[in-house]
Design a protein around this ligand. Structure first.
Ligand code: HEM
Length: 162
């Protein structure tokens, strides 16, 4: 606990934190990078999930996954550094904010759901690649994924009001 408090204090005293607070343009530019990143991530994930749910069944789901999932992962290279930079501006406020804590927990839950999908239904995706309904577990996980990411976006937006 003391270590976490020390880390937050160190971050708040850093020149990055001062620049994020003091510069007129830096925070909004970093926020635009964050938004660009999660638009790519959540957009890719949502298009994939909708295909698993049964939309555009003529599109081979394995090819769609090969196209979209690398983009979703690459988007993290924009989202995470930009998120950490904004966090550095007011580390104590964000760290103690329940909405921020919920947002991080939901991102973790989305990651676990995606990992279980890959280790589970995705391994047999050849059997439901094209023109066939995905198995119930795959569809349930796709629906859960959409719900979690919608909740992450909601928490992110609510940070400005909490
Ligand atoms: C991975 C998926 C993520 C999504 C979908 C997401 C979503 C959002 C959204 C919708 C906003 C509000 C943008 C706006 O109102 O203009 C936001 C802001 C923010 N996010 Fe994220 N975020 C993600 C990851 C992260 C991570 C990993 C961190 C930090 C470790 C983070 C930290 C922040 C901070 C500090 C803000 C600024 C809040 C404010 O100034 O009002 N985000 N995010």
């Amino acid at each position: 606990m003391a270590d976490a408090a020390g880390l937050l204090g160190w971050l708040e005293a850093s020149s990055l934190s001062a620049a994020m607070r003091g510069s007129l343009w830096m925070y909004p530019i970093v926020e635009i990078v964050h938004i660009t990143g999660f638009a790519i991530l959540v957009g890719s994930v949502a298009m994939f999930d909708l295909r698993v749910l049964g939309f555009a069944r003529a599109l081979p789901v394995q090819a769609l996954g090969r196209h979209l999932l690398p983009w979703a992962l690459a988007a993290l290279a924009l989202i995470v550094p930009a998120g950490l930079m904004m966090f550095s501006a007011h580390p104590h406020d964000f760290a103690s904010n329940k909405v921020f804590q919920l947002k991080l927990a939901l991102i973790g839950a989305a990651g676990v759901n995606a990992a279980l999908f890959h280790a589970g239904p995705w391994r047999d995706a050849g059997a439901w690649n094209e023109g066939v309904q995905a198995p119930p577990l795959a569809r349930a996980q796709a629906l859960l994924s959409l719900a979690i990411w919608l909740a992450v976006i909601s928490c992110g937006r609510l940070l400005a009001y909490t």
